[in-house]
Structure formats: C-alpha cells, structure tokens
Design a protein around this ligand. Structure first.
Ligand code: ADP
Length: 347
C-alpha cells in the first residue's frame, strides 16, 4: 500500500446533532481514505461510528462538514446524482438485511433489479458474483436455510452487485461467531485484493481491526481521538481509550497472583513494573540482559509474547525491575532511546 493512491473518501469536519440541544453524535470528525485501503473505525457503543459511516453515502446528512467520495462533492448532488453515487458504494450490514422470501440469487440481484438492469444481464452478473463469495451451491436456497456466515456472504455479494469500487461495512461480523468472523474478514480482504476495493468498516472490536485493517481511527464522543497505521496504533497507542482497546487484543494482563509473589525490593532498592513493546531495528536485541548488566538491575520477566500485526513482528513483555531508583530511570530511558515503548504500570 503506497500513500500515493488517490483519495477515495474524504470526510471533513463532520458535525451531526440528532436532537436540538442534545449532544453531538459527530463533533468535527475528519477522515481520509486512499483507494485500495481497508480502513477501520473502532469505538465503544454510542461513539458515533454508525452515524459517521452512514454519512459517507448520505444515509445520514451532516449538519456541517464536507463529504467527498471519488472526487465528488456528495452534498452538492441532486437525487439522480446521489443515486448514481450510491451505486459506487456497496454496504454490508450487521444483521444481513436479506429478503426472507427471495432466494440467494434473487437477493443478490435485488439492487440490479432496482437499477433497472434487464433479467438476462442480472442472471449473468449473479453467476459471476456467486463464486466470488463461495456460494455457487446455494444459488436457489432461501436465507433461513443458510448459516449466519453464508447469509453475510449473500449480503457481501449483494453489496458488490453493481461493481462498486467502495465497500462500507457496518459491524459486518458482529452477529457472527469468532470462526465465522475470521472467514468473513478473510473474504473481505481477499475481495479487496482481487477487486481493488476501498473498504471502510466500523467495529467495536479491536480484533477485527488487527485482522484486516491497514489503518484505523479510534472514535469517542463523536470525535476521532487517534488514527494511523494499524501497526503504529497497536504498538504505540497514545490516548488512554486506544490503550484500553489495544490491551483487549494484545495486552498482557499481569495476574494478581504473580504480582503478589514478586519479591519485595531490598532496602535502598526500588521495584518498578513496566510493559515494554519491542518494535523496529532493536526488536530482537537482548535488552533484558544488557539492562541488567549495564545498569546493575535485577530484571524479572512477569509475562511476554511475540505477535504479528499487519505482517510485522513485535514483542511485548512485562518486567519487574529492581535497583536504585536513578538506575531504573536511566535503564527505561535507555530502552526508550532504542525505540522501544516503555509504559510503567502500577507495581
Ligand atoms: P455507534 O455506532 O458508535 O454505536 P451511533 O452513531 O449509533 O454510535 O450513535 C452516536 C450517538 O448518536 C449516540 O448518542 C446515539 O444515541 C445517537 N443517535 C444515533 N442515531 C440517532 C437517531 N436516529 N436519533 C437520535 N439519536 C441518535
């Protein structure tokens, strides 16, 4: 993914208040998506994610701000222009929103029917879409005969029926079990690669972001509080809310029992607990033994693991460090100087 691809979606200073005098559902939110990227918006319930994604295709009209999609000023379009622009943006929903009395093929063809495409062309298009989502064998089944994952595959095929360059996913995997979630996320990523889609998704689960997103924005109270490359946000989260999201996926909880078992510091010595994230050129340097030798510390590894985000490896470790307070300070500064992220925890 290069930064040179054209802007696909630009939201600028979007404001939305649902009730006069009520709180702002969106409070000056701005985002820019480049063509071909998978961009995630993560936030707790009520943060404004759904309102923001629905602003892209103007299912919600903002009170103020600019909405540009594929270079078009969405707020300047007339009804016909808006209908045409929406055909360039497929949308996938949490609860699939399928017609129960229509077969898989008929559900997928539905937007094409609305758009006035003749029957034989619709059939041909559906025949192309079914294998794309792995549902050839379910062509004539009804939604009630399908698993949740299969129903969402229908939803995805329907969203892609008119060949849109943009896919909007509104909590697309939130109604699915973890294994099916993995399948559907892999499918979305695969479709992005094969069809060169730009994907904007909203989710309350950081695991979804970790699984498929290139970049992420974190929302709280109608604002975007942090955004960046997924690897950077996971390894160097800045805002406390982002840290708590990241901790749900990669954090190393320190069991109370292991804390209680840590030896107390000797007289004249202090004990500090720190989480160290290893990334970059020094990720595999023997930092623990070097710090222990060069700063005269005792270092106790409380927990640790190596993981991978967006294909890049990183390590995360919780250390209990013992030694004179100035030496502890100097050792943490030295680690930070190597580009490691050191966050002190309450000991
Ligand atoms: P999220 O998708 O992050 O859960 P929403 O965008 O659904 O957040 O909601 C943001 C805020 O706007 C919430 O306080 C919610 O109650 C409010 N809100 C959303 N839709 C409406 C609506 N149609 N009418 C009134 N308030 C709404």
């Amino acid at each position: 993914m290069t930064e040179e691809r054209p802007v696909a979606i630009a939201l600028t200073d979007i404001t939305r208040r649902f009730t006069a005098g009520g709180t702002l559902a969106l409070d000056g939110a701005s985002l820019t998506l480049r063509a071909g990227e998978v961009f995630g918006i993560v936030g707790r319930s009520g943060a404004g994610k759904s309102t923001l994604i629905r602003t892209v295709n103007l299912l919600e009209r903002p009170d103020a701000g600019r909405v540009e999609v594929l270079g078009q000023d969405m707020l300047a379009l007339d009804d016909a222009g808006l209908r045409a622009a929406r055909r360039g943006m497929g949308m996938v929903f949490q609860h699939f929103n399928l017609h129960s009395r229509r077969t898989v093929a008929e559900n997928i063809a539905f937007p094409l029917e609305i758009a006035g495409m003749p029957r034989d062309q619709r059939r041909a298009r559906v025949a192309e879409l079914l294998p794309l989502v792995g549902l050839e064998a379910k062509r004539d089944a009804y939604p009630a005969q399908l698993s949740g994952g299969q129903q969402q595959r229908v939803g995805i095929a329907r969203a892609l029926a008119s060949g849109p360059p943009i896919l909007l996913c509104d909590e697309a995997t939130s109604a699915l079990d973890p294994e099916t979630t993995r399948d559907i996320l892999a499918l979305i990523r695969d479709l992005r690669d094969r069809l060169d889609l730009t994907v904007l998704l909203i989710t309350h689960e950081m695991a979804v972001v970790k699984a498929i997103c290139d970049r992420v924005a974190v929302m709280e109270a109608g604002r975007i509080i942090e955004q960046g490359r997924v690897f950077d946000v996971f390894t160097r989260p800045e805002h406390p809310t982002t840290r708590s999201f990241v901790a749900e996926v990669i954090g190393l909880g320190v069991p109370a029992g292991s804390l209680a078992r840590l030896p107390a510091p000797r007289p004249g010595s202090a004990r500090r607990l720190a989480q160290v994230v290893f990334t970059g050129p020094h990720a595999s340097r023997p930092v623990v033994s070097e710090a222990s030798r060069d700063f005269g510390l005792d270092l106790n590894i409380v927990s640790g693991r190596v993981d991978e985000i967006a294909g890049e490896p990183f390590g995360i470790m919780t250390l209990a460090a013992y030694g004179p307070a100035p030496a502890l300070e100097a050792a943490f500064d030295w680690m930070r100087g190597l580009g490691l992220t050191v966050t002190e925890l309450d000991a």
